[in-house]
Design a protein around this ligand. Structure first.
Ligand SMILES: [Zn+2]
Length: 140
């Protein structure tokens, strides 16, 4: 697939709506949110790879109910966003891969503060592997 940003925007928004979530636009391109109580999905207006990446991440949350710890769920959303961006024909900027790890590492830190003893091995791999290996691995 090789879509324009506008085509990708339509596709992602349709997918989100089909899950039953309402889309609410927000100004910040790098963050979004999904409320499973109000069924609102907050995403930036998609007009760049950055905002598209954020929307892909939130799409994951709309598609999958959380059944694991937050730090694991967020890693899965980040992996999905990488995979889905590439599926749509977009290069994931290296800074997103870096931010991705930083984000999951932060969530892991919080989980540890709350008493987490054993770190999920997939998350461990996600955080330890090099960026090149990581991006190759996500394509599998
Ligand atoms: Zn998330």
């Amino acid at each position: 697939m090789k879509l324009s940003i506008e085509q990708a925007k339509q596709l992602i928004e349709n997918k989100i709506r089909r899950t039953g979530y309402n889309i609410i636009y927000k100004n910040d391109a790098v963050s979004g949110m999904v409320s499973t109580i109000t069924y609102n999905c907050y995403i930036p207006i998609i007009k760049s790879r950055t905002s598209l990446y954020t929307a892909c991440h939130e799409l994951y949350h709309c598609l999958r109910a959380r059944t694991v710890d937050v730090y694991i769920n967020e890693m899965r959303a980040e992996k999905f966003a990488h995979k889905y961006m590439r599926h749509l024909g977009f290069v994931v900027p290296r800074k997103h891969t870096k931010r991705s790890k930083w984000y999951v590492r932060n969530k892991l830190r919080k989980a540890k503060r709350r008493g987490l003893k054993k770190v999920d091995s997939e998350v461990q791999n996600f955080l330890n592997w090099g960026i090149i290996i990581l991006s190759r691995w996500i394509n599998v």
